[in-house]
Design a protein around this ligand. Structure first.
Ligand SMILES: Nc1nc(=O)c2ncn([C@@H]3O[C@@H]4COP(=O)(O)O[C@H]5[C@@H](O)[C@H](n6cnc7c(N)ncnc76)O[C@@H]5COP(=O)(O)O[C@@H]3[C@@H]4O)c2[nH]1
Lengths: 176, 176
């Protein structure tokens, strides 16, 4: 059950310490730029087909990279000053209003996608969809039990079949 | 089988693209500093007890942080210019000779360690040792089959029971 371990790794190796710092970085960003974010939660995208492109603009032109938040540096497992940062995106709705949000795909989905492409992994596309759902449910459960992370995130499950008919599916889902 | 997924994640989400770049970064480092490294391989530490401290100096005073290699930036899963970097350590042997090596602990071991501490994870210390071994064997197999990564790494399994009697166990193992 690959997804179970990936959800724990994503929480323990990332969300557990970046989520509590997010509010402070959003405040610093406001002090530096005067920009107010639509939400200081980390919006975490979970596409069911595990397709997580590097640039969201390729998926929906109403989601544009704006700027990175101030970075965080930590000594971890022998790597000194390892860098952690998030990207702010500018999202335009159907009325041309602008929203600034901190958004990113759940990176472990890249692992699930690539495993389904690597013949050594013996991992099919059906396994993959099942594992994305297991990742989502496990992560959701872990985060709900975590006092440090409560209310600091939003998990957004994206159905690619629904998205096929709607080019603005991503922007609509983020600002809901 | 948590370790199986963590090994794939560590390869697909990290080693597969950092290992091929290592030689180039070691060359850049030589151009900037004139320092020659004992090896341009990434030395990956795998302690059987999954204890991976932030600073190696705490484990063995003959392993001292020297400097970071030049960093690499990639757009990944919506995070723009995510930073990847490695640390160079200065290792002193029993004859006071100095070696420069690129070393770090295998980060997923932190996940295994913390899972065994988190009551929500239902993961015992026995599970943990078994999973570290499974991680090592899976990773070893994946890396041996990978043309891009061949000869660019060294996996170093560390037995904490052996280390207990020898304060210089870590430095000795790295420069073997
Ligand atoms: N030593 C080291 N230096 C790195 O820069 C690095 N980046 C990743 N990894 C390890 O490779 C594997 C794959 O990474 P992935 O990004 O898919 O998952 C990552 C990713 O989803 C998230 N995460 C960690 N660091 C960041 C980050 N800087 N930005 C965004 N997400 C991050 O949390 C997961 C677990 O991270 P780690 O537990 O640190 O170990 C990872 C993992 O075992 C690294 N290991």
């Amino acid at each position: 059950n690959v997804a179970h371990g990936l959800a724990w790794s994503y929480f323990l190796g990332y969300l557990k310490f970046v989520l509590p710092e997010l509010e402070e970085q959003v405040r610093k960003h406001y002090n530096q730029t005067g920009e107010i974010l639509h939400s200081s939660r980390l919006h975490i995208l979970l596409p069911l087909n595990a397709v997580a492109p590097a640039k969201m603009e390729e998926v929906d032109q109403n989601v544009l990279f704006h700027q990175n938040l101030p970075e965080m540096q930590l000594d971890r497992a022998g790597v000194r000053k390892r860098v952690y940062k998030h990207s702010i995106y500018r999202i335009i709705d159907h009325e041309q209003k602008t929203y600034f949000c901190v958004v990113e795909y759940a990176t472990p989905l890249l692992t699930l996608y690539q495993m389904s492409q690597d013949s050594t992994a013996a991992f099919s596309e059906q396994d993959r969809t099942q594992q994305v759902l297991l990742f989502y449910r496990t992560l959701n459960h872990i985060l709900e039990c975590s006092l440090e992370c409560r209310n600091r995130y939003r998990l957004i499950l994206l159905d690619d079949q629904q998205a096929d008919g709607e080019p603005q599916h991503l922007s609509t889902e983020i600002i809901k």
